[in-house]
Design a protein around this ligand. Sequence first.
Ligand SMILES: C[S@@+](CC[C@H](N)C(=O)[O-])C[C@H]1O[C@@H](n2cnc3c(N)ncnc32)[C@H](O)[C@@H]1O
Length: 333
Amino acid sequence: MDRPCVVVARESGEATRQRLAEADLIDREFGIEVADGNLYIPVTDPDAVPEDLLVTPRDVPARTPQRTPADLLGYEPTYERLGDVVLVDEDDPERADEIAEAVVESDIPVRSVLNRDSKVKGETRVRDWEVLADEDGDRSPTETVHREYGHEFLVDVDEVYFSPRLATERNRVVEQVAPGEHALDMFAGVGPYAVPMASAGAEVVACDINPDAIAYLEENAERNGVADRITTRVGDVRALTDEYADWADRLVMNLPHTAAEFADAAVAFAGESCVVHLYDIQHEDDPFERATTALEDAAGDEYAVTVLEERVVRSYAPHELNVCLDARLDRID
Ligand SMILES: C[S@@+](CC[C@H](N)C(=O)[O-])C[C@H]1O[C@@H](n2cnc3c(N)ncnc32)[C@H](O)[C@@H]1O
């Protein structure tokens, strides 16, 4: 029987599949079909599909039902998938073990199950993990390959900060990048902004204080074929203000809680006209005030600050929001 499917060229298939998955539009009762260089992705609600995608009827095969951890447990556990690693956030050790066992027994592809063992810590924002299950003793249970909007990232959550939850937000920023622009990723991690910005044609400088993050970023630049467009630096990004003074057309400042303290460095990096994506975590009452004020104070009468977008990325804690301020700095002659 025909089902509504998004049809897309195979090269853009993974990026489209991810967009549809994030919008929760994939009809998981049917399989994705590859034919004639195209992917046919069954969707639950054709009217909700973004207008730039084409929907067509197609007789795609029904999927054999998969056993999920929830089927085995009788309740819906909370977990995130990062490549073939499953990340659990469970305080009760018995319940954590029960979830890990169900995850391994289920039909989801998994190599290891990790439980959060601390909050993110210190400058590098890395947390401790407890290994609950490790199905392949030959590889590190904390290292995996994560795929996001057509790019792949090798990441070890024991060595570097990484969150798969920001995929849509990162793509929103990357979609604004123009070929040839200078983009400086001030807190780059393993490169989930830097690598796709380079793929979009930007000349990228990526900095991180964590040497392991930069080692992974360099590996990820190679994996995604953009190593020639990314320059890396290890250390406090403020040490680069002379080397990259007046250089940037775009700045990514993804160090929520503290990025606003780096507004002076951002102004030093800014060229004639520079778009800044400044992330913050603030109370819901006025979540953009601190970032806006910090940029305006740092800009002084050297740059005009125009707010382009005030975006709520996600809820962080009760009454606290993770937000992104998009602003443009234009030099005043
Ligand atoms: C929240 S993580 C974001 C990483 C990456 N942008 C992402 O989306 O996955 C912030 C990163 O900033 C780095 N960092 C912290 N302080 C820094 C500093 N002063 N200069 C450069 N990097 C810094 C940390 O090591 C960490 O990798």
